[in-house]
Design a protein around this ligand. Structure first.
Ligand code: BG6
Length: 494
């Protein structure tokens, strides 16, 4: 279906996500002339306000969070198409009225009955809202399309994810369900496949014969901010590893897809998840590390520990840092460890995939001290810098034969004026086009929960002393030991 016209219906219209991400993304798309001609937005919220008041509130959010300057005229043409509807989505009456209202807007904007239902609400309401939409006839009409977008978390373990999915598939088919993982909307994640599969330089050596190991690391300087309530039930494992980090892993490790069709790519990603060596209690204890930040300093400023944060228990055992080592059991990756690490309140904000190549079999230099020769590294920088750099050895100019590592650095967003699209722009646009390549398929969710559940269960039954890393450091010392004992180290490229 190539008809992009639609009404974009947001449940949770007065929530943070809408103000910070969705509306600014729509403004950016509008600015780039990418919104369909026939288009309207209906935001639903519990608070009482008029569309006029709502639009005024959005001005600030666009000014603050859009990557383009606020242009009065551009905003005007978009805001005229944004409506606010006040109702409590747990009550039936609202849906009757919504249906009528959307039909009126269909007439006005010629949107053909096409809908995107964006559920920017807590996941416990996903199933409920979907069911109400169905009961009240907001899904029917064969000649139009109806898609639903849901945000993570998709459950808190495999069981609850399955239940949630059961509820959703009563209403929306898999094809029409768009599970957002905003990391997939990031430019450099999409670039991983291009770097791997469009370069004669990399593709042939992307395997256990040449690669020593791979590190996937995502550090943040922020703490839990005002999300203590949610985070207490999640922790780094569920909040970051189950979704974003495993997406990075699958893109890095997948086999080349037979073509670029959505399902061909997703099939290969799922195969990676299925090939991950299952954790046992012993390997969880040996190959995973969790941490929780204590008080410390970030960029010279004192910050409090996790247990002192708002809506966090003073005896909380929730992890704000997780690191693990895993193996992918297939021909390509036999014997190559993958180290994954993520944490809050670390010294810098950065996300990177670091490929460390094996040393040459034979060496001419540093014969006795082979380890002095720095390894070749390929670093795919996801954020905040976007780019790729390659580290290799070269002779230092001079009369002595000193060998030093040098790097070739391609930075895609270092030039002044570079302005990469926001993840949400790309993802919202894809939902309108009906392209679900950059969304998580159900079986990806299922396999990633299986992995995470095993780890979570062992952790739950193992006592731990928290906090175990001060804010502003690279996590607990066990995370360093995880690599040191394999005679490796984390590369904090930053
Ligand atoms: C979210 C997590 O999904 O990703 C947050 O819930 C985390 O805890 C955020 O801070 C990180 O996203 P980004 O785009 O800033 O790396």
């Amino acid at each position: 279906n190539t008809d992009l016209s639609n009404i974009f219906v947001i449940f949770g219209g007065t929530g943070d996500l809408t103000y910070r991400k969705l509306i600014p993304a729509l403004y950016n798309l509008h600015h780039e002339n990418q919104l369909p001609e026939h288009f309207a937005v209906v935001s639903i919220g519990r608070r009482d306000k008029t569309s006029e008041q709502y639009r005024n509130e959005l001005v600030d959010s666009v000014k603050q969070f859009s990557r383009f300057p606020f242009i009065e005229e551009a905003w005007k043409t978009l805001e005229d198409r944004i409506y606010y509807e006040q109702f409590d989505f747990s009550q039936d009456e609202g849906y009757y009225h919504l249906k009528e209202f959307l039909q009126q807007l269909d007439q006005k904007y010629q949107t053909n009955g096409n809908r995107i239902y964006y559920l920017a609400v807590a996941p416990e309401y996903f199933g409920f809202i979907a069911e109400k939409l169905k009961i009240h006839g907001l899904i029917e009409n064969q000649r139009s399309w109806k898609r639903v977008v849901i945000e993570k978390p998709f459950g808190r373990d495999l069981q609850s994810a399955r239940e949630l999915n059961q509820q959703m598939i009563q209403v929306f088919t898999e094809e029409n369900t768009y599970r957002i993982d905003h990391y997939l909307g990031k430019e450099m994640l999409q670039n991983i496949m291009v770097i791997r599969f469009a370069n004669a330089l990399f593709e042939p050596i992307w395997n256990h014969r040449y690669i020593d190991h791979i590190q996937i690391s995502s550090s943040e300087t922020v703490g839990v901010e005002n999300r203590g309530g949610y985070y207490e039930k999640a922790g780094a494992l569920r909040d970051m590893i189950q979704n974003h980090m495993l997406q990075l892993l699958t893109l890095t490790a997948m086999e080349p897809p037979i073509n670029l069709k959505t399902e061909s790519i997703r099939d290969e990603k799922v195969k990676v998840l299925r090939s991950i060596e299952e954790f046992t209690k012993e390997t969880v204890i040996k190959n995973t590390v969790r941490g929780q930040y204590g008080p410390g300093k970030i960029k010279g400023k004192n910050v409090s520990g996790y247990r002192e944060e708002e809506r966090v228990s003073p005896t909380s055992t929730t992890e704000t840092f997780a690191a693990l080592k895993l193996h992918i059991n297939n021909f390509r990756w036999s014997g190559v460890p993958f180290y994954i690490r993520t944490g809050k309140r670390m010294p810098s904000k950065s996300t990177e995939v670091i490929v460390q190549f094996k040393q040459l079999e034979h060496t001419l230099y540093f014969k006795e001290y082979k380890d002095y020769l720095m390894p070749n590294l390929l670093v795919i920088r996801i954020q905040p810098l976007e780019g790729v750099y390659l580290q290799f050895n070269a002779k230092q100019p001079g009369t002595k034969n000193h060998i030093v590592p040098v790097k070739m650095d391609f930075c895609q967003n270092c030039q002044v004026g570079s302005n990469s699209p926001e993840a949400y722009e790309r993802l919202i646009y894809d939902v309108m086009k009906g392209d679900s390549t950059l969304f998580t398929r159900w079986d990806e969710v299922e396999y990633s929960w299986k992995l995470v559940d095993t780890i979570a269960e062992v952790w739950q039954n193992q006592p731990i002393v928290f906090p175990n890393y001060p804010s502003g450091t690279w996590g607990p010392k066990e995370a360093d030991e995880l690599l040191h004992r394999d005679r490796r180290r984390w590369w904090n490229v930053g």
